[in-house]
Design a protein around this ligand. Structure first.
Ligand code: HEC
Ligand code: HEC
Length: 318
């Protein structure tokens, strides 16, 4: 190759590189715009959202291969509480959820969006950390929850009425964890285990639980709604034993007290919840409160005297 030819090649190469660079620069400049609208919706489908609620441990749990995707410390799925990935009517059904937001949350002390609410379950019920609001996972879950509300608007009310599970009325006494323990041994251990630890998928634990734990390291933490005795009793009466709920109010009440007396992950900073303490539900399991009832009574009842006290406070103000 002559010197001239070599020079020519270099020029051609340089020219190619320059054109290439321009193309690359153009791609770099345009890609984020295009990708944001093209990539996110492609992943963040309702279908993915539904899978995230059903197979949360597998997709966001502590055993996920990519450490960045390990959002939850528990191996629960959202569907452990929101039965049928939220499609079951009544207690913890999600069809009406989308329409509830934005709304004021006493616990947060301000307005909350549906994304905030999903993250409250991420942090408390799932004992994890919040998902970025613009993440495909959050967008997918919210679009799935929105799709439930669309279906509900079309056909929900009549279906809901026909399938309403048994409702719960709190007995006018303190719940008895010891009585709850006996009922637990009789009616719950077949699935949840004698130690309440549930049953992990035998083939591979990354799939999460076949029967979820009711306490212990993989369960909801102390800041979760399910850690409130009335919320838990309402759920238990409506849903458990799974498939054939047959408990009395008394039994569901004592069972909730027993389960919520067992060890589980502690959430820190709970004293900052409910900045206006008068909005704090009477069965919240941690202080401080805007009343002088003992903590023990907030945990186990009787709840009627506390409800009457807060009702009397409201009257003059309104
Ligand atoms: C340990 C049980 C439990 C688990 C697991 C759980 N939740 Fe919840 N969730 C609750 C309770 C309790 C409430 C409060 C219901 C109420 O306010 O009456 C709630 C409320 C919600 C609401 C608001 C419903 C409404 O109508 O305002 C949404 C949305 C929600 N959860 C989504 C999720 C998602 C998504 C996951 C999984 C990432 C999840 N939850 C996991 C127990 C649970
Ligand atoms: C036939 C098996 C079965 C029996 C018996 C049963 N459960 Fe469950 N329970 C489940 C399953 C499965 C789930 C998760 C829901 C799902 O996957 O559909 C669940 C979920 C729960 C949850 C919410 C999720 C969590 O991990 O906290 C509570 C609380 C609960 N059960 C309490 C009870 C109590 C109390 C009894 C006894 C009265 C009971 N269960 C009996 C199968 C059972």
């Amino acid at each position: 190759m002559s010197k001239q030819e070599k020079g020519g090649m270099t020029i051609v190469l340089l020219a190619c590189t320059a054109v290439g660079a321009i193309t690359v620069a153009a791609t770099l400049r345009w890609a984020p715009e295009r990708e944001r609208s093209a990539r996110v919706p492609a992943i963040a489908t309702e279908e993915y959202g539904k899978r995230l609620l059903a197979q949360t441990a597998e997709l966001l749990g502590p055993d996920v291969a990519d450490p960045k995707m390990r959002f939850n410390q528990s191996r629960l799925s959202c569907g452990a509480c929101h039965l049928g990935t939220g499609t079951e009517p009544g207690t913890l059904g999600l069809p009406p959820a989308f329409g509830h937001y934005p709304r004021f949350s006493g616990r947060a002390g301000g307005m909350t969006t549906i994304e905030d609410r999903v993250n409250e379950c991420m942090v408390r019920s799932m004992n994890g950390r919040p998902l970025p609001k613009e993440s495909p996972e959050m967008i997918a879950m919210v679009s799935y929850i929105r799709s439930l509300s669309d279906q509900d608007a079309a056909s929900g009310a009549s279906r809901r009425k026909a399938n309403e599970p048994p409702t719960f009325k709190a007995p006018n006494r303190a719940a008895n964890p010891n009585a709850g323990k006996r009922i637990f041994q009789d009616k719950c251990t077949a699935c949840h285990g004698t130690d309440g630890a549930g049953l992990l998928a035998a083939a591979n634990p990354i799939h999460g639980y076949v029967f979820p734990p009711l306490w212990g390291p993989d369960s909801f933490n102390t800041g979760a709604g399910m850690h409130r005795v009335l919320t838990a009793a309402r759920f238990i009466k409506a849903r458990m034993p799974l498939g054939r709920p047959d408990l009395s109010d008394e039994q569901a009440f004592d069972l909730a007290a027993f389960i919520n007396s067992q060890p589980r992950p502690e959430m820190s900073g709970l004293e900052r919840d409910y900045p206006d303490r008068r909005t704090k539900p009477v069965d919240t399991s941690y202080g401080p409160f805007a009343d002088s009832f003992p903590l023990e009574q907030h945990r186990f009842g009787p709840f009627q005297p506390m409800e009457a006290y807060y009702k009397s406070l409201q009257k003059p103000a309104r």
